[in-house]
Design a protein around this ligand. Structure first.
Ligand SMILES: [Zn+2]
Length: 284
């Protein structure tokens, strides 16, 4: 089927009390792992690309993998550009066929964040492309966006309301205490803040920095209104470990397709676990 509308997927998830997994892909093999995992679980799914991955492969290669897999797929699939500050790259992805984009102008002053995010919404909506926008600073490293601990700040609820009213994003990513990368120690999630923001703004909430959160943390965040959960770091580990571990265990065998298969299996197992955890299995 053609690429799905993320806004519809997320509204259904919000109403149904589950979340749709958004998995960052790296190449064709990882894209296939996301799609086949979603099909096996009969779950809607979001294929997510970092700006860095888009620049690495180019838009036409990525769109061809995704479209080929989506064409024969029985589950709704959205293709979403993760954290992007560059309006030219956002436009390039929209023109190439991405069904959703994220503008991350969260490092800018509040008013500039509103106007840049608004600009992307205008540009995207005319092409039926959905938009995620961020408020506050999510700590850690995502792509080339580094946010140090002392620079991280949580989203302010009053600003969140104003931001969502003025920008009208299809999905909203407020900083609530999660972090990109690997957690050092137990993350402090501002559940009260998440609950307040989710109750007061219209769009569904995206949970960033999903890798490493405990199962009950995911469940609580989803019950409080997170309808999209981003998983990136976990897949980076599976991508490399799946490949390396197979070769280490079979180091006299030089059959690349077997190594690629092992990588695929490692990725798919992790994606299936997440889909089950987020409650999106059977929701396609
Ligand atoms: Zn993120």
């Amino acid at each position: 089927m053609p690429l799905g509308n993320m806004s519809i997927m997320l509204s259904r998830a919000k109403d149904g009390g589950y979340a749709v997994g958004a998995f960052n892909i790296l190449d064709y093999n990882s894209t296939k792992a996301v799609v086949l995992a979603a099909e096996q679980m009969n779950a809607p799914v979001i294929i997510q690309t970092s700006a860095k991955t888009v620049i690495y492969w180019g838009t036409s290669a990525i769109i061809s993998w995704v479209q080929q897999l989506a064409d024969t797929s029985s589950v709704p699939i959205a293709l979403h550009l993760d954290h992007c500050k560059d309006l030219d790259l956002i436009k390039e992805c929209i023109d190439a066929g991405w069904s959703s984009v994220m503008i991350d102008a969260s490092s800018k002053p509040f008013d500039d964040n509103i106007s840049l995010s608004r600009q992307v919404v205008k540009m995207a909506r005319s092409k039926y492309v959905t938009v995620e926008a961020e408020l506050g600073a999510i700590v850690g490293v995502e792509d080339d966006i580094h946010v140090r601990h002392q620079d991280a700040h949580l989203a302010d609820p009053e600003q969140a309301i104003e931001f969502c009213k003025k920008v009208e994003p299809d999905c909203f990513a407020p900083a609530i205490g999660t972090a990109h990368g690997i957690y050092k120690g137990v993350p402090k999630i501002a559940y009260d803040l998440l609950e307040e923001i989710a109750a007061k703004v219209a769009p569904p909430i995206a949970l960033h920095g999903g890798t490493g959160l405990a199962d009950d943390v995911f469940k609580k965040c989803i019950s409080l209104g997170c309808a999209k959960v981003n998983i990136s770091t976990q897949l980076k580990y599976a991508f490399i470990d799946g490949f390396v571990n197979y070769h280490n265990a079979n180091n006299t065998e030089y059959n690349p397709l077997k190594v690629i298969d092992a990588q695929f299996d490692e990725l798919k197992v992790g994606i299936i676990e997440n889909i089950n955890l987020f409650g999106s299995a059977g929701k396609a």
